[in-house]
Structures are given as structure tokens and as C-alpha cells.
Design a protein around this ligand. Structure first.
Ligand code: NAP
Length: 250
């Protein structure tokens, strides 16, 4: 397939890496020239072009801009009715995308994260998109959701990533202070969580099941969990998520 990217930033680069070596022709926009040139050097099937040529020369286009420039960048581009468009932008409603990208009508929104570069990532999408399925269905988990509101809720859920990774980093720094081995501490903490998450995915275990396994009375896990709960960690997380609701239209 001929696949275009408008906006060649962090998430576009991760998606391009995820598509590398899979028989697609990829055109990325020249804006952010350094990143575009780097991708073209790294991934042989990548070409660089201006925004209009990205749209004119492809069958499907990923929109990877920041929301505040979406209207001005997209409104003048030569979208076609036979073209699929997939936005990864938070804060741009489907109705607006339909207006900016007309006459293209096959328009969906998905939420990639950087792990898409390696495959195995989750891709919530609304509405369901045959084009997304065709491109990433073999390598990643496509998760069609029921409504635009549900998709926006998943944008909120995706915001768990940075705070939870930051918590793991705090724990890892604590461990390194005791051992004097920062790299070893990060490897250990990441490995512990990777194993729990693999267990969930492979056995279908839920969070309750994992927590029960860690709930030995008087154990270290139970002690730290109780400390965090008393300190208000869960309320802080829920409050933070709730604070995103109005921005996400929830
Ligand atoms: N990063 C993530 O993990 C993630 C996950 C899910 C969704 N998203 C969504 O993805 C979008 C992009 O995020 P990002 O993290 O990739 O941001 P980013 O790295 O800042 O990328 C945005 C890109 O848009 C480019 N751009 C600005 N004006 C342009 C124009 N007129 N024509 C073409 N390109 C233009 C920027 O170029 P310059 O650098 O030259 O300004 C930059 O390369 C956001 O809407 C975000 O909500 C991101």
C-alpha cells in the first residue's frame, strides 16, 4: 500500500518503524526535515515530500500533527474520495476531520503509542477501519470501540502511561540507591512488570487475581500498597483522570 504521514514527529516515526520492511511505499512530510531525513535513511522504503504530495501520492494517510495546527494544515490538501485517512490526534473531533479532509470519507481515529515501532501494541479505533486492520492487524492488536466518546476515554486511559512509568522510575531509583546499580535496577523493575503483564495476557488473569497473589498478610507488597493507599495515591490518579474529562468531551 502507499502510506502517507502528515506530521513527521515522535509518533509518526514510531509508526513508520513499525511498517518498515513490510512491502509498503511510505511518504512522510518534509516538515521536521531532520526527522524526515533520518527516517528516509533508516527505512529504505521511505520518501520525503511536501504535504500536498504526501496526500496526492498515497492510498491512505496518517494525520500526526498537533491539534492546534490541524485545520490550517489539512484544509488545503488534495484529499480524494477514494482515500483512507486515519488521525492519531487527541483533541480533534471526527466531525472536524470530515470537514478538513473532504471529500475523503473513510476517516477513523486511533491511538498508537511508541511501542508500535516494535509491534504488539494496542490500537483502539473508532470507527472500525479496514485500512488500519490491513496495515497493523498482523503485528498489533486492533481494538474497535463503540463510539467516539469511548475512543476519547481511551485517549484518557493512554495518559496512564507516563504517570505509571514515572512511578516505576521512582521505585527503580530507590532500588538503585540501595544497590549502586541504576541500570540493573531499571532492568529488574521493567522485567518484573513485563512478567506480570505477560501473565495477564497469556492466562487471561485480571488485576484482582494478580493483586490477590501479592496480598500475603504482613508481606512487603501488602505493606507498601497500604502505605500508598493511605497517602491518597489512588484518589490522586482518579482525580487526574477526571480532570481530563472535559477536554476529552466525557
Ligand atoms: N507521542 C505519542 O506517544 C502520541 C500518542 C498518541 C497520539 N499522539 C498524537 O500524535 C500527534 C503528534 O504527536 P507527536 O508526539 O508525534 O508530536 P511531535 O513530535 O511534535 O510531532 C508533530 C509533528 O507535526 C509537524 N508539523 C507542524 N506543523 C506542520 C505542518 N504545517 N506540516 C507538516 N507537519 C507539521 C511538526 O514539525 P516541526 O517539528 O517541524 O514543528 C512535528 O514533526 C498529537 O496530536 C498527539 O496527540 C501522540
Amino acid at each position: 500500500m502507499r502510506v502517507g504521514f502528515i506530521g513527521t514527529g515522535e509518533i509518526a516515526a514510531a509508526m513508520v518503524r513499525g511498517l518498515a520492511g513490510r512491502g509498503h511505499e511510505i511518504i512522510v512530510s518534509v516538515r521536521n526535515a531532520e526527522k524526515a531525513a533520518h527516517l528516509a535513511h533508516e527505512v529504505p522504503e521511505v520518501h520525503v515530500a511536501d504535504n500536498a504530495d504526501v496526500v496526492a501520492g498515497t492510498d491512505m494517510v496518517f494525520l500526526c500533527l498537533m491539534a492546534d495546527v490541524a485545520q490550517s494544515v489539512l484544509s488545503d490538501l488534495p484529499f480524494r474520495a477514494d482515500q483512507s485517512v486515519i488521525s492519531v490526534m487527541a483533541d480533534v473531533a471526527l466531525a472536524d476531520l470530515r470537514s478538513y479532509c473532504a471529500p475523503a470519507a473513510d476517516i477513523a481515529v486511533t491511538i498508537p503509542l511508541s511501542a508500535i515501532a516494535m509491534g504488539g501494541s494496542m490500537l483502539p479505533v473508532f470507527p472500525a477501519s479496514a485500512a488500519l486492520e490491513q496495515l497493523f492487524g498482523d503485528s498489533d492488536t486492533i481494538l474497535p470501540v463503540a463510539s467516539e466518546k469511548a475512543l476519547n476515554a481511551h485517549f484518557g486511559g493512554s495518559a496512564l502511561s507516563a504517570p505509571l512509568i514515572a512511578m516505576m522510575q521512582t521505585g527503580s531509583k530507590w532500588l538503585a540507591e540501595q544497590t549502586g546499580d541504576p541500570k540493573g535496577a531499571e532492568t529488574y523493575v521493567a522485567g518484573v512488570f513485563a512478567a506480570f503483564l505477560r501473565e495477564m495476557i497469556e492466562t487471561g488473569a485480571d488485576f484482582d487475581t494478580l493483586l490477590k497473589g501479592l496480598a500475603t498478610e504482613g508481606g512487603l507488597n501488602a505493606s507498601l500498597k497500604s502505605h500508598m493507599a493511605h497517602a491518597g495515591a489512588h484518589e490522586a490518579l482518579t482525580e487526574g483522570l477526571d480532570a481530563l474529562k472535559s477536554r476529552l468531551g466525557l
